[in-house]
Write a protein that binds this ligand. Structure first.
Ligand code: UDP
Ligand code: MG
Length: 245
């Protein structure tokens, strides 16, 4: 796609050792969007994979100009890979999703519909929890969400779900730190953007393994939560009433 043409969607996907998921992912996205006539670009960021992910990504990009790929020199983490993709995005809207097909591209029309009314649309798996995930994942995600909401005075039902869509300009205002992809809806709200949730389906991981265990899902992100709580309390909030000269 020529650089001056803006697609409707930029699908932003962080990739770490996902060699068997990339081709099926690109195909599923194409099959979901082409019949709708929605223009898109798929931006894959290889976060220092040690498998064949990068070779496959280059192959996908060579076969389809809508697929844009970049590679980190070493593993920098999901938030970094996601941010690098968002910064490269040229679409009217950004959609973030996992490489493992847990997030179903067939849910994209629902996101597009909700984007007509909100700046930010977050997927929530609450209605389908237990499907596609084992007990430990469901339980640790439930606890994490409860603690997160309590401490940051938030009401996001599924902060761990990174299947989200938002106007591209939303990311210009937020500064991300490692692990902060979980708190993106809160950071957007702090900037005054309107945020809603829509139910999404949740497939089992297509191939490969999850990069997270209970430790980083629950405990590591606790630190980040305290930072977000502080930021929320200190956010600058003012409205100029009058101005002269
Ligand atoms: N990921 C990444 N860098 C990392 C860890 C994960 O780019 O250091 C990517 C991974 O390839 C996937 C997404 O982030 O596309 C979410 O990871 P995963 O599916 O393992 O997390 P889960 O869904 O199990 O929470
Ligand atoms: Mg996943």
């Amino acid at each position: 796609m020529p650089a001056d043409i803006r697609p409707t969607l930029s699908l932003v996907v962080p990739v770490y050792n996902e060699e068997d998921n990339l081709r099926p992912l690109a195909k599923a996205i194409r099959e979901a969007l082409e019949p709708l006539g929605v223009t898109y670009e798929l931006i894959l960021t290889d976060d220092g994979s040690k498998d064949k992910s990068w070779e496959i990504m280059k192959e996908l990009a060579a076969a389809d100009p809508r697929v844009r790929v970049q590679r980190f020199a070493y593993n920098c983490g999901e938030t970094a890979a996601s941010e690098a993709g968002m910064r490269a995005a040229r679409g009217q809207y950004i959609v973030t999703l996992d490489a493992d097909l847990q997030n179903d591209p067939r849910d994209l029309p629902k996101f597009l519909e909700a984007l007509k009314h909100y700046d930010v649309v977050c997927g929530t798996r609450v209605a389908v929890r237990g499907k596609g995930d084992n007990f430990i994942r469901v339980a640790s995600s439930r606890i994490a969400n409860w603690v997160r909401n309590k401490l940051s005075e938030e009401n996001i039902s599924d902060a761990g779900c990174t299947y989200r869509a938002f106007k591209r300009e939303c990311v210009d205002k937020v500064k991300l730190y490692r692990g902060m992809h979980r708190f993106l809806p809160t950071l957007f709200k702090m900037e005054g953007y309107t945020v809603t949730e829509i139910p999404v389906s949740n497939n089992p991981r297509f191939a490969g393994q999850s990069k997270y265990g209970v430790w980083n899902r629950l405990f590591k992100s606790f630190h980040d939560l305290l930072a977000v709580r502080w930021m929320k309390k200190r956010v600058l909030n003012y409205k100029i009433a009058e101005r002269v000269n």
